[in-house]
Design a protein around this ligand. Structure first.
Ligand SMILES: [Zn+2]
Length: 403
């Protein structure tokens, strides 16, 4: 048996008033997910352990079966691996979002989905003017970048930019938790305020403004982390000797690499609804020829959820159904080696609240020969009746791998 997890970031939702109190998974046309739900078994999974914030890093690490209390580092540490930044022992790495500031407000945590090409110019500019022996900027993708501070203290209280409410942002700037961390806190606050000054009139931003787009006129630093190391999946699960991760995000690639998976780059993968679904599917099928396990991550739904964009989230769900799930099932039908398919979101990103929640997520598992349960549709409401019941921690991986 081989295994593929189709991870649809932020796909689950809550009942939406304007859709007659249906969730988007109920509302969208998903004949292929429904078919696999009817042929396989379903359930719900608690992907956010009690006491943890519902971040994608928490959810995905938990889905892969790791105990979160063993992992002390945040997403920036995994993104560093995804980007290929080698951290030294005392290096502090922080996520550096390009953001849009309007007056006293953090107006947009993605700088209007700035392109990677524009962002690279801005990050290079920041490195030239604010980088030094101790501080280094690294470009990632779109609005997601990193800053590494040598000898930085991790004891900082930082608010993710997508959780800064519409109040003056000054109240949410990074703060030191300990006296020792005060120097690092003041250093990164200084970086944020200087970046705002440097970026405001940058030609890239003037050009964005002339096209009616919001300028990336600030950075927001958060997720203070040191270097991270976790057990390899192959050490935990003997069934996974060789695996791959396919994702447009540095975070998911980093988590995968950390877990011993081989990262596969896919042409046209954008992390948005317009991603090249076919190329991602083809890459996954190619990988399954030689590997035991593929983690296929699709970001699109999460971004639409954060934007509160119901039509785009619906389109993203239908694209995944039509262009990934359907052709995946069709292709694997003729394979001699049976492949177990799991489909699930990592967490909900409900359009109405535009942020992640800790709600349990629906999941399905299908493999040739599985005894199906009575659930006929893949959505939050139906999967609650599924025969796996409500799982948590490593129970999902154990069920998938039938440990
Ligand atoms: Zn996520």
């Amino acid at each position: 048996m081989k295994y593929i997890i189709v991870l649809c970031d932020g796909m689950s939702d809550r009942p939406i008033k304007s859709l007659n109190n249906q969730t988007l998974l109920q509302y969208a046309r998903t004949p292929n997910m429904d078919l696999l739900a009817s042929l396989g078994r379903t359930g719900q999974l608690l992907t956010i352990p009690v006491g943890f914030d519902p971040g994608s890093e928490v959810a995905n690490i938990s889905i892969l079966g790791y105990d979160l209390s063993d992992i002390q580092e945040g997403r920036a540490a995994f993104e560093a691996i995804g980007i290929g930044v080698e951290l030294q022992n005392k290096d502090l790495v922080l996520r550096c979002n390009l953001i849009n500031i309007e007056g006293d407000f953090l107006n947009n945590h993605t700088a209007g989905y700035i392109t990677t090409e524009e962002a690279e110019v801005l990050l290079t500019y920041l490195q030239e003017h604010l980088g030094n022996d101790r501080i280094r900027f690294y470009s990632g993708k779109q609005f997601r970048h990193l800053v590494v501070v040598k000898e930085g203290d991790k004891q900082l209280e930082c608010t993710p930019p997508h959780e800064v409410p519409l109040q003056p942002y000054y109240n949410y700037l990074p703060k030191a938790i300990t006296i020792e961390a005060k120097e690092t806190a003041s250093l990164i606050n200084d970086l944020m305020s200087k970046s705002h000054k440097f970026l405001t009139d940058h030609p890239v931003n003037l050009n964005r403004i002339s096209k009616g787009k919001v300028p990336a006129n600030g950075i927001w630093l958060w997720s203070p982390s040191h270097r991270v190391k976790i057990k390899l999946l192959s050490e935990i699960y003997p069934a996974i000797q060789k695996g791959s991760v396919i994702s447009a995000t540095d975070l998911m690639r980093g988590i995968g690499v950390c877990a011993g998976l081989h990262p596969i780059k896919v042409e046209g993968a954008t992390g948005l609804y317009d991603t090249n679904y076919k190329n991602k599917l083809d890459a996954a099928l190619d990988a399954l020829v030689t590997d035991d396990f593929v983690y296929l991550h699709i970001e699109a739904c999460d971004e639409a959820g954060h934007a509160g964009d119901i039509p785009t989230k619906r389109l993203s769900i239908e694209n995944i159904d039509e262009q990934i799930v359907g052709p995946l099932y069709e292709a694997l039908k003729s394979w001699k080696t049976p492949v177990s398919i799991a489909i699930l979101p990592d967490h909900s990103t409900p359009c109405e609240i535009r942020t992640h929640t800790s709600d349990p997520v629906p999941f399905l598992i299908y493999y040739p020969g599985i005894t199906p349960d009575n659930v006929q549709r893949f959505d939050e409401v139906e999967c609650e009746k599924g025969s796996y019941g409500l799982l948590k921690g490593n129970q999902f991986m154990n069920e998938l791998l039938r440990v």
